[in-house]
Design a protein around this ligand. Structure first.
Ligand code: ADP
Length: 467
């Protein structure tokens, strides 16, 4: 049953719930209404019965021999009964009818009332004939003279009230199915109309594939939940499309970058094997093959780093880090490269601490200093400055190199971007360093910017939140 229910459409389930809930509420309401009306209509009749009972108690007496006296006279014959008197029956302890005082003849009554349940005070209804209903009050009646408890049943005609109630019952019985049917149909029609945008969304979503990510879900009403759902879905699709485009570009760029060192490796190997060579020559060939293999290794390592900053973001720590010490350590590590080019460092940093991730930040600073060394001529000075700017720390790396042309600046941090790839190749660049630096800074909540330095060099500026 549960499985069957779950297989139904939302529309069906809503309409069914709506119909079932409505029917239940309506049935409860009708039952309450009916019993209230029945109770209020019967109340005057019941108080009449109680009055009759009080009168009977006053006027009735039963002797030790079981003789029934009415107004102290023997009430033995029907003839002594007059129509003013209340109608009642007397039943003894054995459940036998002792007397019945009512104006009906045996032929008028089609069915006779059966013996009352002993000892219970209750009101019930008897169908004496098709057009004659009696409302009866049965109560225990103590007969002190005989030390017994008999039953008295006081009666009156029930008819007018029954008619009214009958009509009410008929109205409820007739109207209920109609109202329930209207509820179910109305519920179905309403949910169908309200959930229509969902159908459109499903149809459109079915058309969206990895090859056709440009489609978007229709937003019928941006103010309701379905409209908001469609909008959120569309934003997700935007991001998905961007990621797909980025992924395509990345794969294309990466395969292009991998192809060159692989081809070189193969060519060198093939040329080397074309004829027999001296040990020296082989040594040289293997050396250049190793160099290419190293480049390949470095490239794949950088690609992996880049992918890891963009996929599942690595956990970023926010611990107090002494910036001056961090920068000093970076410079120390790269000092040998600068020395080889007779370059010197000029470090200007106050003692300062930032809440950041030391590993990512060091990587970023290292990339910038490494570039400054790589791209500036021998004998120049590389300046590294740490300063405070409002609620940020700024780390600037300035060199006396060739700078970067205006036309290239906007794309500097794009992957594999190298304004002059010929020049860079010899220096081992893949065009991934600045893309990585940007990705690290994004994780740290900061930015990386380029500004031309006075005198033609470059300044790369890292901005880092203090907290
Ligand atoms: P690469 O691995 O090629 O160095 P980067 O992303 O670090 O990759 O740099 C991208 C390009 O930007 C470099 O190829 C270089 O042409 C240019 N570039 C980066 N830093 C400097 C700099 N300090 N001076 C001049 N050009 C630079």
């Amino acid at each position: 049953m549960k499985a069957w229910w779950r297989q139904r459409t939302l529309r069906f389930r809503l309409a069914a719930w709506y119909g079932a809930g409505g029917t239940l509420l309506l049935a409860i309401f009708s039952a309450t209404l009916y019993s209230y009306v029945a109770e209020t209509m019967a109340r005057p009749l019941d108080s009449e019965l109680r009055q009759d009972l009080a009168e009977i108690r006053q006027r009735l007496a039963i002797t030790a021999e079981g003789v029934v006296l009415w107004d102290r006279a023997g009430a033995t014959s029907q003839a002594r009964w007059n129509s003013e008197n209340p109608w009642f029956e007397l039943w003894n302890e054995q459940g036998e009818l002792v007397r019945r005082f009512w104006p009906f003849t045996e032929s008028r009554a089609e069915s006779m009332p059966v013996a009352p349940e002993p000892g219970r005070d209750r009101i019930s209804i008897f169908n004496v004939a098709r057009d004659l209903r009696l409302r009866v009050l049965s109560v225990p009646y103590a007969v002190p003279a005989r030390s017994e408890t008999w039953m008295i049943r006081v009666m009156t005609v029930h008819r007018p009230m029954a008619d009214g109630l009958g009509a009410l019952r008929l109205i409820i019985a007739g109207a209920l199915p109609v109202v329930v049917a209207l509820l179910v149909l109305g519920g179905y029609a309403l949910t169908r109309r309200w959930l229509k945008p969902l159908d459109l969304m499903v149809a459109e979503a079915n058309r969206i594939t990895a090859e056709d990510l440009g489609r978007r879900l229709p937003v019928v009403n941006p103010h309701d939940e379905l409209g908001q759902l469609a909008e959120v879905f569309n934003v997700t699709l935007d991001r998905l499309e961007e990621s797909f485009v980025a992924l395509d570009r990345f794969v294309a760029d990466a395969s292009h970058e991998l192809r060159t060192p692989l081809t070189t490796l193969r060519n060198v190997g093939e040329v080397g094997l074309r004829r027999s060579r001296t040990v020296e020559e082989y040594r040289e060939i293997i050396g250049s093959m190793l160099e290419e293999a190293q480049r390949l290794q470095l490239l794949t390592q950088r690609l992996l780093e880049l992918a890891s900053t963009e996929g599942d973001a690595p956990t970023v720590e926010h611990l107090p880090v002494r910036l001056d010490e961090l920068v000093r350590r970076c410079v120390g590590e790269l000092g040998i490269l600068a020395e080889n080019k007779s370059q010197r460092f000029l470090l200007e940093t106050p003692e300062c601490t930032a809440q950041t991730d030391a590993v990512l930040l060091r990587q970023a600073v290292q990339n910038l200093v490494d570039n400054a060394i790589k791209y500036s001529p021998a004998g120049t000075t590389i300046q590294i400055k740490v300063r405070e700017a409002g609620d940020h720390w700024v780390i600037e790396v300035t060199d006396e190199g060739p700078g970067i042309g205006v036309e290239h600046r906007s794309r500097l941090t794009a992957r594999f971007f190298r304004p002059d790839s010929g020049r860079d190749r010899g220096q081992g660049g893949f065009g991934l360093g600045l893309a990585l630096t940007k990705a690290y800074l994004r994780l740290l909540g900061g930015t990386v910017e380029y500004a031309p330095a006075p005198g033609g060099g470059s300044t790369f500026r890292l901005t880092l939140p203090r907290v």
